[in-house]
Each structure stands twice: as C-alpha cells, then as structure tokens.
Design a protein around this ligand. Structure first.
Ligand code: TRP
Length: 466
C-alpha cells in the first residue's frame, strides 16, 4: 500500500510516535485530567444531589468508560490516522462500510464545540492566578469571594480577554507538534496537582465539616435521581475520560505496537477518578462550612477554594500554585480537544501543522464568544437547556459523546472481527473476554437505555402499552 506501511505489514503514523509507554500514559492522563475533574465534577454532582449521582457516575466510568476507552485506543492504533480516516479505513477493511468515518466527523465537531466553552472556563482559572497572587482572597468572607467571582464573570471584556489568551496558548502547543509539544506539557503537572489536592484535603478534614461533605458525596438517595441525572452522570464519565469523540483514538494512533492497552487504560481511569473524588472531598466540606449551596453551578470551585486558601497560612502561595496547575491541566486537555480537527486538516488538506492549528483555533475562539457572553450580556437568553453555554455543554457531554461512545463500542465489538481486536489487546484470556462482553453488550445497551429514558421515550412506550 502507501508509504505509511511499515515493514511488518502494520501501519505507522504520519505524525511520529510517543517516545515511550509512559509518555503515552502521561499524554492521555493529561487530556483526561482537567477542568472536568476539578471544576465540572463537583458542580454537576452538587446539582444532581450528590451520593446517588456519584455512585452512578462511578458505575458508568467502570462499566462503560473503561471498555470504550480501550476500544478507542485499539481502533486508533490499528488505523494509525486521524479519527475520520481511521474509521473510514477500518470500516472498509473489516468488510463493513466507509460511512463509519462519520463517527470521526462527529468527534471532530464535538471537540471544537467542547473547546469553545472549555477555553472560557480555563480563562477564568488564568484570571484566578492573578487574583491569587495579588492576595485578593486573603481573609475573604464568602460574600467577598462571591463578589469577586460575580464581578469577574459579569464583565465580558475580562472573560473574553482570558479566553483569547488561553486559546492562543493552546494553538501554540498544538502547532509545535506531537513529540515536542504534547509530552513536555504533561510530565510534571499531574503529580503536582495530586500533591496540591492533598494539601486542600488536609484543610478540608480540619474544617469541621468533613463528615458532612463525605455524607453528601457518598450517601445515595435514589429518590433524588432522575433519568436526566443519570444521563448527566454518563455524560460526565465520557467528558472526564475524554472519550466518545476520537481524541483518545488520535492519541492511540501514535502508540507503539507493544504497549498494553488494558494497562494504560486502567492507569488513566484510576488517576482521573482519584482526582475527581479528591476534588469533591476538598470542596463539599467547604461548601457546608461556609453555608453555600452545593447546587450553585459552574462557579462552585471558584467560590469555595479561594475561601480555604484565604484562611490558610501560605495561602497566597498555595492558591497561586493551585490555579497555575489547574490552568496547566486545562491546557493539556485543550490540546487533546483540538488534536482530531488539526490532524484531519493536516492529512486531508495538506496543511502544515501550524497553519491547521491557527485555522482551527480561530474558529473555536469565535464560537467561544457564545459562552463568554452567557455569563453576562446574554445571561438571560435561555432556551432548551439554559444559556448558550448550558446548551453547548448539554449537547456535547450528554448527547454527542455518549452517542459517539456507543458507536465506537459497536464498531470495536461488532464490526471489527474478533482476531483484529484480540490482536490489538494482545490477550485471549479473561481480560479480553470481559472487554468484549462490555463493548458488545453492556456499554451500547447501557448508553442506549439511559439516552432513551432521558428523552422520555421509554416512558412514552410504557404509557402506550398500559
Ligand atoms: N477530559 C477533559 C477534562 O476532564 C475534557 C475533555 C473532554 C477532553 N473530551 C476531551 C480533553 C477530549 C481532551 C480530549 O477536563
């Protein structure tokens, strides 16, 4: 075939390869660990009543997230191209059709839409670095810290400026390419973030409200759980693991042949889940200690953690470092969100990486103004799921990612033949059997069931039958 065919008959990637197994795990962890863990997980859990939501979320991560992640990596490594080209190629190769490329296309669009608002929130964290370093939170009361937040997001020029800075940083790294850009950005960030979360955890344990926070997070009250909350938990599992849109597929394309996909996935899923749970354990005690509302929405982290830092000795230092690390975490995720679109432009339209990154970046930056304005000028413009930001978030996390994940699982479980997948997963034993069971039945049916219930279709059918 073409020149991308390696001597052993396996394809190799056009963009080079990860320098080691560890580099791949770091990069995927860097994409997974981000605002989803520290900003989104606590506020979504808060809005959906805590305990029962967290339990459903964990179940989704283990029984749906894990097999879908493995499927994405194995598809990516087998195809060794951008997600659209890979799905088209493998679809034909496995005797199905080239139309599977549409799954990749939906992923490219999802990545663009997610990054459009992700960059806005990442901009908030950039602003909070400056606020922290200048001592804005020292000794702050809940009202003062809340006013800081309200004043900032209420001003579209400030939010627009930080969104612009963040997009520029992202385009810069993506333009530099896989080996030089992506790897270096992740190496120290995840361990450092973990350490800072532990510092916050110690503070939370001493806050006097730790028990109440733990109870909120882990005492399930299933009466509070609606099908929409279950869908939110499923969507959050996809969002936080970066799956369902081909990003992990794109990373898998650069994975050396001999690396264990199961081992790498398990490492990433554990690290990601641990950081989300730690964030919850740090934040909810502070919510209760300060008389705040767990269901307060996207401002939750920005209204709670600065209170803790404001009272801690060395708070200015810790607070600054924390928001620097959170910005880094967001940065390494943003890179992954852009990668599918950029890889596609490079391969399909023969652009240089730098050109492609700038084109995609400008598009995302412009769309992002819908979310910039959702917290100020257009805050009262509400339809369907809420503001423009709410709608972009709902459409991507709760619909596009689960749908993409469903199709990816079906592709790996049903379209690809058993030999192709066992070849990639490198094991014919119980691990492979379990993966295949989850990818063929549990994940697709689970996703379908939740989606149908959330739109009320099953209720409607039941009402027809009775
Ligand atoms: N997982 C990222 C986070 O938790 C967000 C994200 C969703 C993402 N999909 C992605 C990152 C794809 C990279 C690639 O913050």
């Amino acid at each position: 075939m073409l020149s991308n065919q390696a001597g052993d008959g396996k394809r190799s990637s056009l963009h080079g390869h990860w320098s080691s197994r560890m580099a791949f795990i770091l990069a995927v962890t860097g994409s997974a660990v981000g605002l989803g863990n520290i900003w989104k997980f606590p506020y979504i859990a808060g809005q959906n009543g805590g305990g029962a939501f967290v339990l459903v979320y964990l179940a989704c991560v283990i029984f749906i997230g894990m097999p879908v992640m493995m499927s994405e990596i194995l598809i990516g490594r087998r195809g060794r191209r951008n997600p659209i080209a890979t799905m088209t190629l493998l679809g034909k190769e496995e005797g199905s059709s080239g139309n599977w490329g549409w799954v990749g296309s939906m992923g490219v669009v999802a990545g663009i839409l997610i990054l459009s608002y992700y960059s806005v929130i990442a901009g908030w964290t950039l602003a909070y670095i400056v606020k922290s370093a200048t001592g804005a939170f020292v000794g702050g009361t809940p009202a003062e810290v809340g006013a800081q937040f309200g004043g900032f997001v209420g001003d579209w020029r400030q939010v627009g400026l930080t969104h612009t800075i963040f997009m520029a940083l992202t385009v810069f790294v993506v333009a530099r390419g896989v080996e030089r850009g992506l790897e270096q950005a992740v190496r120290f960030m995840v361990p450092a973030l973990l350490v800072l979360m532990l510092v916050l955890l110690v503070y939370s344990i001493n806050s006097g409200y730790f028990g109440q926070g733990v109870a909120f997070m882990f005492t399930p009250d299933f009466d509070k759980l609606t099908w929409n909350s279950v869908l939110a938990a499923l969507g959050q599992a996809f969002f936080t693991l970066s799956i369902g849109m081909g990003a992990i597929m794109a990373y898998g394309a650069y994975l050396p042949e001999e690396t264990s996909i199961t081992g790498a996935s398990a490492a990433v899923v554990s690290a990601d889940t641990a950081i989300a749970i730690l964030a919850g354990l740090a934040i909810f005690p502070l919510v209760f200690a300060n008389g705040l509302e767990p269901g307060d929405g996207p401002g939750l982290v920005f209204n709670t953690l600065p209170l803790a830092f404001g009272q801690m000795s060395g708070g200015i230092f810790f607070s600054t470092i924390f928001f620097v690390l959170l910005s880094f975490a967001a940065w390494t995720s943003a890179i992954g969100l852009m990668e599918p679109a950029v890889a596609w432009l490079v391969e399909k339209h023969n652009r240089s990486r730098a050109q492609a990154a700038v084109i995609v970046g400008l598009l995302i930056w412009a769309i992002g103004f819908g979310s910039v304005l959702s917290f100020n000028v257009l805050a009262d413009v509400k339809f369907l799921a809420g503001t423009i930001f709410d709608n972009v978030d709902y459409l991507t996390s709760n619909i596009m990612l689960p749908l993409g994940g469903l199709l990816i699982a079906v592709f790996a479980g049903w379209v690809m033949c058993r030999n192709s997948t066992s070849d990639e997963l490198g094991t014919a034993g119980n691990v492979f059997k379990t993966w295949r069971l989850l990818a063929r039945f549990v994940a697709p049916l689970g996703i379908l069931f939740v989606l149908l219930n959330a739109v009320g279709l099953l209720d409607w059918i039941r009402s027809l039958a009775s």
